[in-house]
Design a protein around this ligand. Structure first.
Ligand SMILES: C[S@@+](CC[C@H](N)C(=O)[O-])C[C@H]1O[C@@H](n2cnc3c(N)ncnc32)[C@H](O)[C@@H]1O
Length: 500
């Protein structure tokens, strides 16, 4: 490591990285190549951490099978076969493999990862600790890319950007996704081994010019601003401070996420985004929406906070004890009990999982939307996320008078559903449904339904409501008085768009 806390970009010689990348791509060691090679049943078994079907599917001396066994399944392969396809001595020198008798074994987990437009990427992490091995991760374990990594990658707004930061880069997976969005990418981590492995992932994925730095939170980028900051931070809420660096911080409860939100605005350019995955507590006498919304309010940024799931304390403890392969160990019961004790002491009744998006809207009136979305939504979210945030922020800033003189249009992809007894003159309920994006459904009244049928942005809302009131035999003043609240909600949820 150099004096200023930065680590060399990688210990992995560039020529070796290029050579290995060529070998992996030639052998079709890609997400689709591996999927085809394993077949559905073995791939599903692997997702359940069951290796046997995958080992059976990758027997023999064929290149792709050997690579899969070595670097994905962590199963040693014969040295003679390894030497036929890989520069074993150079890879051993770079710390990626070791020879053991007449076999070669992997010292890292090296898996393919699909980048934007199907470009092949590779992520390098510590060997996966699997259930039944009798092992737990080392405290500075560098975790590979998983479900949460995909969630954040799919949440990322599209560029192009000038500068982007991946805070807590781990195996470097988010930095790989940033590389196609930003001219300059910086990736940081508290764990120096993570910084090194991220460098290897970047080199193997053909990303040449990312800057890597070691340090806590925003320390390594003090005084710097970015157009996009992303982080999948160590958000796990536990009684034991930073037992595993990859998932736990030394801040109590959910404070690492609060701290990231607090510090992020000083590192965002005007209009810049910060997107983080987070966990937050649901505690006695505390409203989670106020709590997490409160982190954002006052930062000067607009915010969109989404809760995607909530777990009860027991589910949460089991999830993370399974994650670290502690199920069935002698310590399991003691840790489980101590973790529940901690939740009880702190009055924690549940834990929310979700994301926090900030946009540095200093020039405008920043606003915050906090909501729960537990249903399936269109993925990736990033391409349509700015539009969602724009709609929500516009609606929150729109007073009644401005709303009545605004031109609004039904958003593309919104359909109406009427539900009622067949043959009945009136429906029991009318729904608007988004066929794509966040796939929201809203129950609406007849006035909003009529508005949805006619508004295309050419006429302002007020005169349209007057015509609708007249057709329905209602007092236009009453309709004008009632409509803004309902319409504001529909705009904030993306059913209508404000045109001007
Ligand atoms: C959940 S992993 C995320 C890895 C990767 N970015 C991803 O999306 O899969 C969290 C990362 O944050 C790092 N980390 C932990 N504490 C940190 C801190 N105080 N400052 C910066 N990084 C930290 C860990 O070393 C780990 O690599």
């Amino acid at each position: 490591m150099t004096d200023n806390g930065r680590v060399p970009e990688t210990d992995f010689p560039r020529s070796l990285a290029d050579r290995l990348r060529g070998i992996l791509i030639d052998a079709d060691y890609t997400v689709s190549g591996v999927r085809d090679r394993l077949g559905d049943a073995a791939a599903r078994a692997l997702a359940r951490e069951e290796l046997v079907p995958a080992l059976r599917a990758t027997g023999g001396d064929e290149r792709l099978g050997l690579l899969l066994r070595l670097w994905w399944l962590q199963s040693p392969i014969p040295e003679r076969a390894a030497r036929a396809i890989l520069p074993v001595d150079e890879l051993a020198g770079a710390g990626l493999v070791a020879t053991d008798g007449d076999t070669v074994r992997a010292l890292v987990n090296l898996t393919p990862w699909e980048l934007e437009e199907g470009r092949p990427g590779f992520v390098v992490s510590d060997p996966k600790v699997r259930p039944g091995q009798g092992l737990v991760p080392r405290p500075d374990h560098v975790v590979g890319a998983g479900g949460a990594s995909s969630t954040l990658a799919e949440l990322m707004v599209n560029g192009p950007f000038d500068r982007a930061l991946d805070l807590g880069t781990g195996c470097g997976v988010q930095a790989l996704h940033l590389a196609s969005r930003a001219r300059e990418v910086v990736a940081t981590d508290l764990n120096p081994r993570a910084v090194r492995l991220a460098g290897t992932s970047l080199a193997l994925s053909g990303v040449r010019d990312a800057r890597l730095a070691q340090g806590s939170l925003f320390e390594p980028v003090a005084g710097e601003r970015f157009d996009l900051v992303v982080s999948n931070p160590p958000f796990v809420i536990t009684p034991e401070s930073a037992r595993y660096t990859y998932r736990e911080s030394d801040l109590p409860g959910d404070q690492v996420c609060a701290e990231l939100v607090r510090q992020a605005p000083a590192h965002l350019t005007e209009g810049g985004w910060c997107q983080i995955l987070a966990n937050w507590v649901h505690s006695d006498g505390d409203d989670w929406e106020d709590r997490v919304g409160g982190w954002v309010t006052g930062t000067g940024c607009s915010g969109w906070v989404v809760q995607r799931d909530v777990q009860d304390p027991a589910e949460y403890v089991e999830l993370w004890l399974r994650d670290s392969c502690e199920h069935g160990t002698p310590e399991y019961t003691r840790r489980y009990d101590a973790w529940l004790d901690y939740f009880e002491r702190e009055g924690i009744k549940g834990i929310g999982f979700g994301w926090i998006c900030l946009r540095n809207d200093v020039a405008q009136d920043a606003a915050v939307r906090v909501e729960e979305l537990r249903h399936e939504i269109e993925r990736p979210v990033g391409p349509y996320l700015p539009e969602v945030v724009d709609g929500a922020m516009t609606a929150l800033r729109l007073p009644d008078t401005a709303l009545l003189s605004a031109h609004v249009a039904l958003a593309p992809g919104v359909v109406e559903e009427r539900v009622g007894r067949p043959g009945a003159p009136d429906p029991e309920k009318i729904l608007l449904r988004q066929r794509d994006g966040l796939r929201r459904v809203a129950r609406i009244g007849t006035v909003e339904a009529a508005l949805a049928g006619v508004c295309d942005g050419t006429m302002p809302v007020g005169p349209l409501l007057d015509v609708i009131a007249e057709l329905m035999g209602e007092d236009p003043e009453v309709v004008r008085g009632r409509a803004p609240d309902a319409l504001r909600t529909l705009i904030s949820e993306g059913f209508f768009k404000v045109m001007r």
